[in-house]
Design a protein around this ligand. Structure first.
Ligand code: PLP
Ligand code: COI
Length: 340
């Protein structure tokens, strides 16, 4: 029985669902793992994650389609990215096939919490892993826990798809050759001051520039950028220190193969941002959130698409991607993993 939740008014928050997947890594191997009901974690006070932040995570969504199936979007790409994160953080990879099976099992077990079709809500799935045994010298843990929980969510930004105002902060997100390209918890810990400061000053998000030269656009704390040129070319920043967004990779495919638009993945100078006609943030949580205004100290850029609605091309990209995710438009081979 579907839960009695006000699906239409969900924000992006945590609502406890009944089941979570847990697997432990001990003595050099992963145990099989299972679904449990206990939503708490008991670990040593000296656990690697608590002392040296040895943790990484993923985020993906499950959707109820128009014809009432439950599907999940491209979990294989999250499995791959989590493997990359683990390798960079000296953590054991949870096998990709098993990652996908565990995601499927966890969604199935919590199916009553997958928002019904038509409310603009989804089930957010959060796989994560952390070092669990005592670590006091700086070194990787020897024991780990991999978990997946789910929570029904609505829009990440309050106000749904109203254009955002963002600013270029004086803080950097990821060092060159650092961990910007993986989903390490530490990347988010160090972004907290910048986002609180941005909110205090009336901005919705931060536009981080490359720390080495501070001339190139990187990403926000939780989403990649796409820009639309006056000739309708879809441009997205290329950098080795941004997270390879599943949404961004999917949108570029949609732009090219569904909408017939030219796409470019290349370095984007902040200097050229004023030439674009549309800008948006893309990510699992952000979906495709339009940006109306960008402030870099005394420079103010007002995107021609304005502060009232999504730009025209952004809207086409949004409708097509969401149409694919909701089963209204044919998906490319392998994009939708059937759950039920
Ligand atoms: N960039 C950062 C820093 C993120 O945290 C996220 C969210 O996962 C993204 C980009 C978007 O990635 P994806 O589309 O895979 O969710
Ligand atoms: C996501 O989009 O899945 C994210 O992880 C972004 C944010 C909630 C951290």
């Amino acid at each position: 029985m579907k839960q009695n939740i006000d699906w239409a008014n969900l924000g992006f928050g945590y609502i406890k669902t009944p089941y979570r997947f847990v697997a432990n890594f001990k003595n050099g191997e992963w145990e099989k793992g299972s679904l449990i009901e206990d939503d708490t974690v008991k670990i040593s006070e000296c656990a690697g994650v608590l002392q040296y932040a040895q943790t990484c995570f993923e985020g993906l969504k499950a959707y109820t389609t128009e014809d009432n199936r439950i599907v999940c979007f491209r979990p294989n790409l999250n499995a791959q990215r989590m493997a990359d994160s683990c390798k960079r953080l000296e953590m054991p990879v949870f096998p990709e096939e098993e990652f996908i099976n565990a995601v499927v099992d966890t969604i199935k077990a919590n199916a009553d919490f997958v928002p019904p079709y038509g409310f603009g809500a989804t089930l957010y799935i959060r796989p994560y892993m952390f070092g669990s045994n005592p670590v006091i010298g700086v070194k990787p843990a020897e024991e780990y826990q991999f978990r997946i929980f789910t929570t029904p969510v609505g829009p990440y930004f309050k106000g749904g798809i109203k254009p955002l105002t963002i600013r270029v902060p004086d803080f950097d997100r990821a060092a060159p050759h650092g961990t910007g390209h993986i989903k390490a918890g530490l990347n988010y810990a160090m972004s907290l001051h910048a986002i609180v400061d941005a909110h205090n000053k009336g901005y919705d998000e931060n536009m981080y520039l490359d720390p080495a030269t501070r001339t190139k656009v990187e990403e926000t704390g939780g989403a990649n950028f796409i820009f639309i040129t006056k000739d309708n070319v879809v441009v997205t920043p290329k950098s080795s220190s941004i997270l390879p967004s599943v949404t961004r990779r999917s949108l570029l495919y949609v732009a090219k193969h569904y909408l017939g638009l030219e796409t470019q993945e290349r370095e984007v100078l902040f200097e050229e941002v004023k030439e674009f006609k549309e800008c948006a943030l893309c990510g699992t949580a952000a979906v495709l959130s339009p940006v109306g205004k960008i402030v870099n100290h005394d420079i103010q850029i007002l995107l021609p698409s304005g502060m009232e609605r999504m730009g025209e091309v952004t809207k086409q990209l949004y409708d097509t991607l969401l149409g694919i995710q909701l089963g209204k438009i044919n998906a490319p081979e392998g994009w939708l993993k059937e759950i039920i």
